[in-house]
Design a protein around this ligand. Structure first.
Ligand code: ZN
Length: 306
């Protein structure tokens, strides 16, 4: 099974949809960390949602979806770029005991302080251009509901999501009602189609979503409709971390802070939360971070002398 995302449009109404299934990508996220079952489910659902929204918003850049929790889970984050390359991670309170059937509320909204954030970071930012970020309270008991509410509020788009994830696969379905297109699609007819399809989607059980490939799901849900189906897209795992990025992060911390850290340890060990890659900076590496410009200058000078 290849990780695949399908997009389609209804011929009879201004409604578009997507289905996604990720096994390889999801396995690569899971291979790095051992998450409690309930956290794994939540992160897998977010992974599906990020792929669906990234393809849906047709946004040329990175979508960062985060849940900031006030319970045993402090942070869930999924990133997806315009080529559907994804990475994801979760930060859990040390020694937290998490029940397999813990709810969204118990995990990240225990005191009603949990937040859902979506960041749209354009690929080629113009000077001074900022990433756009929307933050909302965790309005719903499921990831799907939280995102549906977010889409309605911030994008004014009626969106329905059905998401599921287990050890093997993360799968999801998205439907979206587009703004009315004049006389061609009378509002009442569109509303009728939308309601019918939403109800049909609501009959999807988690087990069915987990055990049925998206081709079959599409047929099962939309066999009565005439669909225009687009060429499939292929999500994949990709981590954008690099030694250069870690170097820049250390430079931003500043020399005094780095020297202080090195006073108590021989070298700095930095692990990427997303892919587990390990970066080591010893005293010499750290010193070099802050003398790069001088040495470049020296090299340039010695080169001119020869
Ligand atoms: Zn990484």
């Amino acid at each position: 099974m290849k990780d695949t995302l399908h997009k389609f449009m209804l011929e009879s109404a201004p409604v578009r949809g997507e289905l996604v299934e990720m096994s390889v990508t999801w396995q690569q996220v899971l291979a790095r960390r051992d998450y409690p079952v309930a956290v794994r489910t939540l992160l897998g659902e977010m992974l599906s949602a990020a792929a669906l929204l990234s393809a849906n918003l047709k946004f040329n850049g990175m979508i960062v979806m985060q849940i900031h929790g006030d319970g045993p889970v402090k942070l869930l984050v999924v990133e997806c770029d315009a080529e559907l390359r994804l990475r994801a991670t979760a930060r859990i309170v040390e020694d937290a005991v998490i029940a397999d059937d813990a709810t969204l509320r118990q995990l990240v909204n225990a005191n009603g302080e949990g937040r859902f954030a979506m960041t749209l970071d354009p690929k080629d930012r113009l000077p001074g251009q900022q990433a756009y970020q929307g933050i909302v309270p965790l309005d719903g008991d499921q990831v799907a509901t939280v995102i549906e509410n977010y889409m309605l509020r911030s994008e004014q788009l009626d969106t329905k999501l059905w998401l599921a994830a287990d050890d093997h696969v993360a799968r999801g379905v998205l439907l979206q009602k587009l703004p009315a297109q004049g006389e061609k699609n009378p509002a009442a007819e569109t509303a009728e189609t939308w309601n019918r399809l939403s109800m049909l989607g609501n009959t999807l059980r988690r087990e069915e979503l987990l055990s049925t490939d998206i081709e079959t799901l599409r047929h099962r849900l939309f066999w009565e409709e005439t669909l225009r189906v687009f060429a499939p897209q292929y999500p994949a795992f990709h981590c954008s971390c690099s030694r250069e990025k870690v170097s820049n992060m250390l430079k931003m911390l500043g020399q005094p802070e780095i020297e202080e850290a090195l006073a108590s340890q021989e070298k700095l060990d930095i692990n990427c939360d997303f892919c587990g890659r390990h970066y080591t900076f010893d005293a010499v590496d750290c010193a070099q971070l802050f003398i790069v410009e001088t040495s470049d200058h020296a090299i340039a000078q010695s080169a001119t002398r020869h």
